[in-house]
Structures are given as structure tokens and as C-alpha cells.
Design a protein around this ligand. Structure first.
Ligand code: SAM
Length: 305
């Protein structure tokens, strides 16, 4: 059941979009000096060896170049992944969050290792991924849980302090996971309406070539992300809160490409977050294959009140 291994995908275009968005959200939350809550429901292994896995060329993060035009949030992201990339490794979402907090603390001249103002939780269900995660975050102040992330979200909401961010990044190996995300957001919103919830999802081509028969067949999970977005839109409208969607197409959809891109949808996006992400996305489009960049977009699905 838990067969997904993020090591095969670490640092790819989906991670770049997800982790840039994560950095931008942590920066936005840190503008005020007030404490906040952070939960990463599907934390993964913590850190990944990108050489060993033999997918070096797929690591989109390697192709980012810093120029005078690079948006500030991409510069943040590039600076924090740089020491890992130099060792042919790539940080997972908990370490991205941790390094981002370190970068912000440095900017403020504070002690890099004091994050007492952040109540931080990460969860991972897979036993060996959890064991890696525990090791990779042993130096940090994360509360590391070997637990179902959806269940933990329900247990910890409403959190203390009452402002904060939840990152939800399931593998979506099973169809039921799409429904679980909607259900858990619905439950969490009914208890904690002002939380920021950032959910990653895949963009899948409508058809694919079956590896065994070589025939072109319908992609079984095609349309499920779009259905989930519709449910999110209804939830945000019902709760009268903002909903922002960011989609990054790395390739054009075709039967040769399963996942052609991915999206991040954000409930309660911070003030002006759409413009921050628009400039980040313009920059990320330089990583996309020819023809794909027209499919990338930032859309406010429900306007904030
Ligand atoms: C896409 S990976 C996470 C990657 C990580 N968030 C990052 O950005 O570096 C999804 C992870 O969720 C774990 N997982 C699957 N179902 C879970 C559940 N119900 N609760 C917590 N973790 C789960 C998988 O073992 C896998 O490590």
C-alpha cells in the first residue's frame, strides 16, 4: 500500500513548484514577528541522494540560474538548496521549511537555531521513510510523528498558535487519497477557518501508452485533480475565504508523458501572494519544455473577502 518512494522524484519540476511556494508562504508568515504553527502532513524521508537514484537529468532544480532578474523568492529557494545540491542531495519539504526559517532568522540577525516561535509538526507513515526523516530532522525542533497525516491534521486543529500553515503533499497513488484530502480540508476548515492550507496535486495527461501492451489507454486518475479543485472552490466559497491556484506545466500533455506538470492550491493565501507567485512562475517557465509554458497559470479561484 505504501509503495511510493519520493527519492525517484526528488528535485523534479513538481518539487521545485511545491518548495518555492512553501518558501514564499513561510516568508509571508514571518513578516509579522508573531508565533505560528506549521504542519507537513506527508513529510517524506527528509533528504534525498539525487546521484544514487540515477535520475540526475530529471532534477529540474539543477537547471535554475541566478541572474539579476531572478525573483527574490526563487533566490531564497536557490540559496537554501545550494549546499545540498553541492553534495548531490536534495532537501525534502521539512528541511526546505527549516532552512527557510534559518535564512529568515539570519536576515533578522537572530540566532539561526532558535525557532521557539514556530510550533512545528511533521508526519510520515512509511516506517523506513519515517526512520530517515527522524534522523534528518534530529537537529531541528520539529515534532516528528509516525502517523497518518490526515489523522494528525484532525488531531492538531485548531492549533496553538492560531495562525499558521499546513502543507499537504500525498503521493496520490490511490484514488481514495483525492477524496481524503477534500474530506480532511473540509473538517479542518470547520475547526480552523483562518489556517493557510497548501495542497500539492498532479496534472495528468488524458491518455497514456500502456507499458505492457503498447496500446494508448485512458489515464485512470485523469480528471481527479480537477474534481478536487472544484470541491475546494465550493469549500472556499462556503467559508468565504480566498483560494489561489498555481499550475506549472513542465511539458505539454501527451500519451508519452504521465504527469506533465503539477499545481499548488492555497486556501487563505497571504496578502499579494498571487503577484509573488506570478513572478516566480514566469521564472520557472524557463525550465519548461517548448510549448508548455502557455499552460502554466496563477488563478484566484475564490477572491478573499
Ligand atoms: C510526495 S511524498 C512527500 C514529499 C515531501 N512532502 C517533500 O516535498 O519532500 C509523500 C509521502 O507521504 C507518505 N505517506 C503516504 N500516505 C501517508 C499518510 N496517510 N500519512 C502520512 N504520510 C503518508 C509516503 O510514504 C511519502 O513519503
Amino acid at each position: 500500500m505504501l509503495s511510493y518512494q519520493h527519492a525517484f522524484h526528488a528535485g523534479n519540476h513538481a518539487d521545485v513548484l511545491k518548495h518555492v511556494t512553501l518558501c514564499a508562504l513561510i516568508r509571508a508568515l514571518s513578516v509579522k514577528t508573531r508565533p505560528f504553527f506549521f504542519l507537513d502532513t506527508h513529510a517524506g524521508n527528509g533528504c534525498y541522494d539525487i546521484q544514487e537514484q540515477g535520475h540526475h537529468d530529471e532534477v529540474a532544480a539543477r537547471f535554475l540560474q541566478e541572474t539579476s532578474q531572478t525573483p527574490a523568492i526563487i533566490v531564497d529557494y536557490m540559496r537554501l538548496i545550494k549546499p545540498y545540491m553541492a553534495k548531490l542531495s536534495y532537501p525534502g519539504s521539512p528541511l526546505v521549511a527549516w532552512e527557510m526559517l534559518g535564512l529568515l532568522a539570519q536576515e533578522k540577525g537572530a540566532d539561526q537555531n532558535t525557532f521557539a516561535h514556530v510550533n512545528m509538526h511533521i508526519s510520515e507513515l512509511h516506517p523506513s521513510a519515517y526512520s530517515d526523516l527522524k534522523q534528518w530532522t534530529s537537529h531541528s525542533e520539529f515534532h516528528c510523528h509516525h502517523r497518518d497525516g490526515f489523522e494528525l491534521l484532525n488531531a492538531l486543529t485548531p492549533p496553538k498558535p492560531n495562525r499558521g500553515l499546513v502543507l499537504i503533499d500525498p503521493p496520490y497513488e490511490q484514488v481514495v487519497e483525492y477524496e481524503q484530502v477534500v474530506e480532511s480540508i473540509s473538517k479542518a476548515l470547520s475547526k480552523w477557518q483562518n489556517g493557510i492550507y497548501a495542497i500539492w496535486y498532479p496534472l495528468l495527461s488524458q491518455q497514456r501508452i500502456d507499458r505492457v501492451s503498447g496500446a494508448t489507454v485512458d489515464t485512470p486518475k485523469h480528471g481527479l485533480s480537477e474534481k478536487m479543485l472544484l470541491a475546494f472552490t465550493e469549500l472556499a466559497a462556503q467559508h468565504k475565504i480566498g483560494l489561489l491556484d498555481i499550475q506549472f506545466a513542465h511539458q505539454t500533455p501527451s500519451e508519452n508523458v504521465g504527469m506533465y506538470g503539477s499545481g499548488m492550491v492555497v486556501f487563505n493565501p497571504p496578502w499579494h501572494f498571487d503577484s509573488t507567485l506570478k513572478s516566480a512562475l514566469e521564472y520557472l517557465k524557463t525550465l519548461a519544455h517548448a510549448g508548455a509554458s502557455d499552460l502554466s497559470k496563477v488563478s484566484m479561484l475564490v477572491d478573499p473577502p
